[in-house]
Design a protein around this ligand. Structure first.
Ligand code: GLU
Length: 335
């Protein structure tokens, strides 16, 4: 569905998945339903988009992103790659709920083998809310995707006038429009009513240089996350192993720690061939090897800078290639 007749503008495909950006209030002052509007309706509400790009749309899914899953990720990766393989298509913009946007973004950052821009965009307020943030976020996302300097930067997330690297960004607030933060490494840039200010380059390997890909028919191995807390037991770790998990991420306290009981369960998991990653529930910082836990002896992998949910994404892709903890550890240092 071309939105402009100007052939000098870049051709951009918008892949829609739902989310609050497409949400409608349901009557009460707070209640709303995600993914109520089609992508055509969202684009139709922002006629200024026609000054930025020739847009075409594809509705890949229509869900609140709490319902995002591996099979939609695989489909989205395939549709993104197919779009970017078209020589005269400049970029892809993906509309997505904010709850799990960081996981989808990081997944695509690892499997989409292209230097062309891929920009995820969402909103915190539904499309029918007072001062909805979706229309400006969408306008800014298309402006970023259309900009030549956005290429080669990995998958980006645009919201609230900010440009983030998918690897670095996290949702940090349940309701505020400024929910996205990149605590450790900061912004990729800013975008004000379509005007870009790019600051930084990505620090780790991504997209075109990635070793990962997902061919048609791929499946991802089961990887569970277990959250640590004072006084935790071992039952959930043992249950994950019994349920057939090939990998386990602990959202550890502090520097990826768990208590002695849980540590024994994690060590038993590695002995039975499960890859165990120590990540942190703190929301920032690096989990280093061999500080309070002897990772070398116990066969654990330190998450380095990745939060638990992104550690899970990398571990799923890593386990498709190897189950060797040393090789998996190198991936956590490289991506
Ligand atoms: N649960 C919704 C989602 O992730 C709300 C968050 C949003 O989109 O802002 O789709």
């Amino acid at each position: 569905m071309p939105a402009s007749n100007s052939h000098s503008l870049p051709r951009i495909r918008v892949l829609a998945t739902g989310g609050t950006i497409a949400g409608a209030q349901t009557g009460g002052s707070r209640g709303y339903q995600a993914a109520a509007f089609s992508i055509d309706a969202l684009i139709g509400a922002v006629p200024q988009l026609a000054t930025l790009a020739r847009l075409e749309v594809e509705q890949v899914a229509a869900l609140g992103s709490q319902d995002m899953n591996e099979s939609v990720w695989l489909k989205l990766a395939e549709r993104t790659a197919a779009a970017l393989a078209e020589p005269d298509l400049a970029a892809v913009v993906i509309t997505h709920g904010t709850d799990t946007m960081e996981e989808t973004g990081y997944f695509l950052n690892l499997v989409v083998r292209s230097r062309k821009p891929v920009v995820l965009v969402g909103a915190m307020r539904p499309a029918t809310e007072i001062s909805a943030d979706g229309p400006m976020n969408l306008y800014n996302a298309v402006a970023v995707a259309a900009h030549p300097e956005a290429s080669g930067r990995g998958v980006l997330v645009v919201a609230n006038d900010e440009i983030h690297f998918a690897r670095e960004v996290s949702k940090t607030n349940t309701t505020q429009v400024g929910t996205f933060k990149a605590t450790d490494r900061g912004l990729a840039g800013l975008v004000h009513a379509g005007r870009l200010h790019l600051y930084a380059s990505p620090v780790r390997r991504h997209t075109a240089e990635s070793e990962f890909d997902v061919a048609a028919g791929s499946t991802l191995p089961r990887v569970e996350i277990v959250y640590a807390y004072a006084g935790m037991g071992r039952e959930l770790i043992d249950a994950a192993v019994r349920a057939g998990a090939k990998g386990l991420v602990v959202a550890g306290v502090g520097d990826g720690n768990v208590n002695a009981t849980a540590l024994a369960a994690c060590a038993a998991a590695t002995r039975s061939g499960v890859a165990v990653v120590r990540s942190s529930r703190t929301g920032g910082g690096v989990v280093e090897r061999n500080i309070e836990v002897n990772d070398d002896e116990l066969g654990f992998i330190a998450a380095d800078e990745l939060n638990p949910q992104k550690s899970r994404v990398l571990l799923m892709l890593g386990l498709q290639r190897t189950s060797d903890p040393a090789a998996l550890q190198e991936m956590f240092f490289r991506y």
